[in-house]
Design a protein around this ligand. Structure first.
Ligand SMILES: NC(=O)C1=CN([C@@H]2O[C@H](COP(=O)(O)OP(=O)(O)OC[C@H]3O[C@@H](n4cnc5c(N)ncnc54)[C@H](O)[C@@H]3O)[C@@H](O)[C@H]2O)C=CC1
Ligand SMILES: O=c1[nH]c(=O)c2nc[nH]c2[nH]1
Length: 438
C-alpha cells in the first residue's frame, strides 16, 4: 500500500499519509472479498489531505479493488483461453499473476514502466501469495470479558461504565446531572475545546438494552447506543430482505449516513448521541422526524414513555428529557405502499462536512380514482432555525391535494413562509440557504 501510494505521488507533506494507509489497511484486513472501488472511496472519506488532492491517492488504492480486467482492454474476458490472465497494466494476456510482489519477474510491458512505474495486480496484493496472514484484530481483545468500571480522575471527576440498565438507572438517580457518553464525538469536543467540566461521566456504550437492533413486523427497534456503522449495516440488510415499499425510510437513512461522517466516526458515534445533542444541523434528526419515528424514554425508576420524534426537539440543543431521563431506543416504522421518504443535504464539500441546509421529507399518497392524493406528509429542514424545523403550513396545504405540478408550485410558496430566514440569521449565507429550501 505504501509503495503504491508513493509511486502514484499520493503523498506530499506526509502528514495525512499514515491515516490514509491505516484506513485502507483496515478495509483490506476486514474484507473477506476484494473491496469494490466504491468501498475504497467510502473508507477514505474520513481522511483529509490538503496537498496532493485526492486523485493520486484514490488511484494508488484502486489497484486493490475488485475490477473486471476486461474493462481496461478491447479484449473481452470470454476471448481469453481458459486459465489465461489479463494483465491490468498492459491489457494483454500474460503470466504476471503468478509472480511475487517484489517484482523481478512481474510484467514489464507497461508503457508506464518506461517511467519506472509498475502497477501491482490485485493477485499480488490481496495477500493470497502470503501464507502467514496477519490477524484482523487481536481476538483476545474481542473475547475479553467486560467488567463494570468506576474510575476517579483529576479534579474529582468520576467515570462509570455500567453493564446493566439497572445499574445505569441507579447511577442516574444518584447523579442526575451525570453526562452520558458513547462515542464521545460531542462530549469530547465540549470538554477539550469548550472547556466544559463534567464531574460525572457514564459510559453507556455496553448496556445491552441500549444496544438492541430488532427487526419487528411493523418496523425497526434501535437502541440509543447503537453505532451508526451498525445501523447502516442493518439498513442495508433489511432493504435486501423486505418488500421494497417498506424500506423507503431505510434507503433515505443509508444515503444520509453516507455523508454523515467518515467511517472512523460512524464506528463510534451512536444514534442516541446524535438525537440528544439536538444540533440544528444534525443530518439525521430531520429524517427521524419526517419518517415518523418514535423515541422511548426511560426514567430512573424504570418508567418508560414514548414520544414522536417530531415533538422531541424543543429549542436550540434542547430536548424533551428531564435530568433523570435517558433515551432508551428509537422505533422506525416501515413505510407503506405509496409512502416515500427522501433525504437532502447541501454542504461545502460532500464528504466530512457539516450541512449548510439539510432535510427529511415524507409523503403518503392515496389512490382516488385516477388521481394520487396526499394523505399524510412531513417536511423537516435543518440549518434554517435553532432546531430541526417542521414545515407545518406546507404540510397543511398539501394534504388532500392531488400530487401534481400545481401542488408543487403551491407548496413552494408555503415553504417560504414556513422556513423564514431573517437577513441576520445565525450561520449567515441567508440567500444561499433560502435557495435550498425551495
Ligand atoms: N453529520 C452529523 O450530523 C454528525 C453528527 N455527529 C455527532 O454525532 C454525535 C453522536 O455520537 P456520540 O459520539 O456517540 O455522542 P457523545 O458520546 O459525545 O454524546 C453526545 C450527547 O448525547 C448524550 N447522550 C448519549 N446517549 C444518550 C442517551 N441514551 N440518552 C440521553 N442522552 C444521551 C450525551 O450525554 C451527550 O450530551 C452527536 O453528538 C454529534 O456531534 C458527528 C458527526 C457528524
Ligand atoms: O449535528 C452535527 N452535524 C455534524 O456534521 C457534526 N460534526 C460534528 N458534530 C456534528 N453534529
Amino acid at each position: 500500500m505504501k509503495e503504491s501510494l508513493a509511486r502514484s505521488h499520493g503523498s506530499q507533506c506526509g502528514f495525512c499519509t499514515p491515516g490514509f494507509i491505516m484506513s485502507m489497511y483496515a478495509l483490506l484486513r476486514s474484507s473477506e472479498l476484494p473491496p469494490t472501488e466504491e468501498q475504497i472511496e467510502e473508507c477514505l472519506a474520513g481522511n483529509l489531505c490538503r496537498c496532493t488532492g485526492y486523485r493520486p491517492i484514490i488511484d494508488a488504492f484502486q489497484v486493490f479493488a475488485k475490477t473486471d480486467d476486461a474493462f481496461y482492454t478491447n479484449t473481452s474476458s470470454s476471448d481469453l483461453q481458459s486459465g489465461e490472465f489479463l494483465c491490468p497494466s498492459t491489457g494483454k494476456p500474460c503470466s504476471c499473476k503468478s509472480k511475487g510482489l517484489n517484482g523481478a519477474e512481474t510484467c514489464k510491458k507497461s508503457t508506464a514502466n518506461e517511467h519506472n512505474y509498475e502497477p501491482v495486480s490485485y493477485s499480488e496484493v490481496d495477500g493470497s501469495t502470503y501464507t502467514d496472514k496477519e490477524l484482523i484484530f487481536p481476538p483476545e481483545l474481542l473475547l475479553r470479558k467486560l467488567t463494570p468500571l468506576y474510575l476517579n480522575g483529576f479534579g474529582g471527576l468520576k467515570w462509570f461504565r455500567p453493564l446493566k440498565i439497572q445499574h445505569l438507572l441507579e447511577l442516574k438517580a444518584k447523579f442526575p446531572d451525570a453526562k452520558l457518553v458513547v462515542g464521545n464525538t460531542e462530549v469530547g469536543i465540549e470538554m477539550r475545546l469548550k472547556r466544559i467540566q463534567y464531574k460525572v461521566l457514564i459510559s453507556v456504550a455496553h448496556v445491552p438494552e441500549l444496544n438492541v437492533l430488532h427487526v419487528k413486523d411493523d418496523g425497526l427497534e434501535i437502541g440509543a447506543a447503537v453505532r451508526l456503522s451498525e445501523l447502516l449495516q442493518m439498513f442495508r440488510k433489511v432493504i435486501n430482505e423486505r418488500a421494497a415499499h417498506e424500506t423507503s425510510s431505510c434507503k433515505a437513512f443509508i444515503e444520509q449516513i453516507k455523508w454523515f461522517a467518515g467511517t472512523q466516526i460512524k464506528n463510534v458515534a451512536c444514534v442516541g448521541g446524535n438525537i440528544c445533542t439536538a444540533s440544528p444541523i444534525s443530518d439525521l434528526n430531520p429524517l427521524w422526524m419526517a419518517a415518523g419515528a418514535k423515541f422511548q424514554i426511560i426514567d430512573c425508576k424504570g418508567n418508560i414513555r414514548t414520544i414522536m420524534a417530531e415533538n422531541f426537539f424543543l429549542g436550540y440543543r434542547k430536548v424533551d428529557l428531564t435530568s433523570g431521563e435517558i433515551l432508551l431506543s428509537i422505533f422506525l416504522p416501515w413505510t407503506r405502499p405509496f409512502e416515500y421518504v427522501k433525504e437532502f443535504k447541501q454542504a461545502h464539500r460532500r464528504d466530512d462536512d457539516i450541512a449548510i441546509v439539510n432535510a427529511g421529507m415524507r409523503v403518503f399518497l392515496e389512490e382516488k380514482g385516477e388521481d394520487l392524493v396526499v394523505s399524510d406528509s412531513l417536511i423537516v429542514y435543518g440549518g434554517v432555525a435553532p432546531l430541526s424545523l417542521s414545515a407545518v403550513k406546507t404540510k397543511e396545504f398539501i394534504i388532500g391535494k392531488n400530487w401534481d405540478q400545481e401542488l408543487l408550485q403551491g407548496a413552494l410558496k408555503f415553504l417560504e413562509i414556513d422556513i423564514f430566514l431573517k437577513e441576520d440569521a445565525p450561520g449567515g449565507m441567508v440567500e444561499f440557504r433560502k435557495s435550498f429550501n425551495t
